[in-house]
Ligand binder design. Structure first.
Ligand code: ADP
Ligand code: MG
Length: 351
């Protein structure tokens, strides 16, 4: 080559930039549901109800009984980078809320139609308002409302032809949505969750607030799973400060499934940690080859400064300080538990 003129560089229009970014935050209907549930939990909700139509492409509706949104904040609610949860960068180190980027609601307005109904404590009526491309479409209309907030997202990806097509052709996202809610229900045992298809009488997930983790797991995954679970716990003290604590339930030798169920919360965030999952699968197939696809619920607590929650817009993967060492500790704890329970079982059958 050498002969051709280089192509001109142009600045993308803001609406294009926003739509591209939004497509990264909201990858599919289930990611919108996850963000909305996290907002409800951040708002201190004790009840979160989800309704879905057409796998979330037609409608996602999440209602909560949380603290609601102030009338004065409604104009900027769905602008990019508006949040009530973070003010200085340094706050990220100690942040307890699941949200902090102020991008979820904004993103939904760039790829769908968003309507919010909300009421705050002590108000006589609520407000309803719709948003498009980050801005309010109309003045908030007074309306009847019960405590909390309802967010409705309609026609998700209406303006992203390729995304809509692949989602329509691929399996419906509803099972993924049910899966997310099931996981939240196991961890947040004080919250009532429900999820149903639009127009259905029966909920597909229905968890009632309970003080018992096993009850919560039974509610969602059934009694047969709970029968085969063992409690595990480990902590690693360093110079008197508990730097690492893990507790949860893991399946025993009797639990046989086609695939692993791994419910992982790190500092109360639902996350994936591929290397931890692999390590656990490895322990099971080495120790209990006949039960090598376990059920795992695990809650890990670390000092917030040991967790980087900001490596991905979806906050799905987190990175941990001393990750290898933590994985080693967890692996050893599980291995020990499996070995001792397996011996007990053999003794019992022989007796
Ligand atoms: P983030 O959660 O990162 O702050 P979002 O775009 O998800 O960003 O939400 C923006 C803001 O809207 C939140 O900071 C919160 O103040 C408010 N908000 C969103 N959903 C709810 C809700 N269900 N209840 C109360 N406030 C909410
Ligand atoms: Mg949020």
């Amino acid at each position: 080559g050498g002969g051709a003129d280089p192509p001109r560089i142009r600045r993308l229009e803001e609406s294009v930039v926003n739509r591209i970014a939004a497509g990264e935050v909201i990858q599919r209907p289930s990611s919108a549901v996850k963000e909305l549930i996290e907002n409800s939990l951040d708002a201190g909700a004790s009840t979160v109800s989800v309704t879905v139509k057409d796998g979330g492409l037609k409608l996602i509706q999440v209602s909560d009984d949380g603290h609601g949104i102030r009338f004065e904040d409604l104009p900027i609610l769905c602008e990019r980078h508006t949040t009530s949860k973070l003010s200085a960068y340094e706050d990220l180190q100690t942040i307890k809320s699941m949200g902090f980027r102020g991008e979820a609601l904004a993103s939904m307005t760039y790829v769908g139609h968003v309507t919010v109904t909300t009421i705050t404590e002590g108000q006589l009526h609520g407000y309803r308002v719709s948003y498009k491309d980050g801005v309010m479409e109309n003045e908030p209309k007074p309306c009847a409302a019960v405590k909390g907030t309802q967010v409705m997202v309609e026609n998700l990806f209406y303006n992203m032809v390729a995304r809509r097509k692949t989602l329509q052709n691929s399996n419906d996202d509803y099972p993924k949505i049910v899966d997310f809610i099931s996981r939240f229900a196991v961890h947040h045992i004080n919250v009532n969750f429900s999820c149903r298809k639009h127009g259905a009488n029966r909920a597909d997930v229905h968890s009632a607030s309970t003080p018992s983790r096993l009850d919560a797991i039974r509610n969602v995954y059934g009694a047969s799973v709970v029968r085969d679970l063992m409690e595990i716990e480990v902590s690693d003290e360093n110079a008197g400060d508990a730097v690492f604590k893990m507790d949860g339930y893991i399946s025993n030798a009797n639990y046989v499934a086609k695939k692993i169920t791994m419910i992982l919360f790190i500092n109360d965030r639902l996350v994936d940690c591929t290397s931890l999952k692999r390590a656990i699968e490895f322990v099971y197939s080495a120790t209990l080859p006949q039960a090598s696809k376990p059920f795992i619920y695990m809650s890990i607590n670390l000092p917030p400064e040991h967790v980087d929650v900001n490596i991905h817009p979806t906050k799905k993967e987190v990175s941990l300080l001393n990750q290898e060492r933590l994985i080693e500790i967890i692996k050893n704890t599980i291995e020990e538990k499996l070995r001792s329970s397996n011996t007990t079982r053999i003794f019992q059958t022989q007796a």
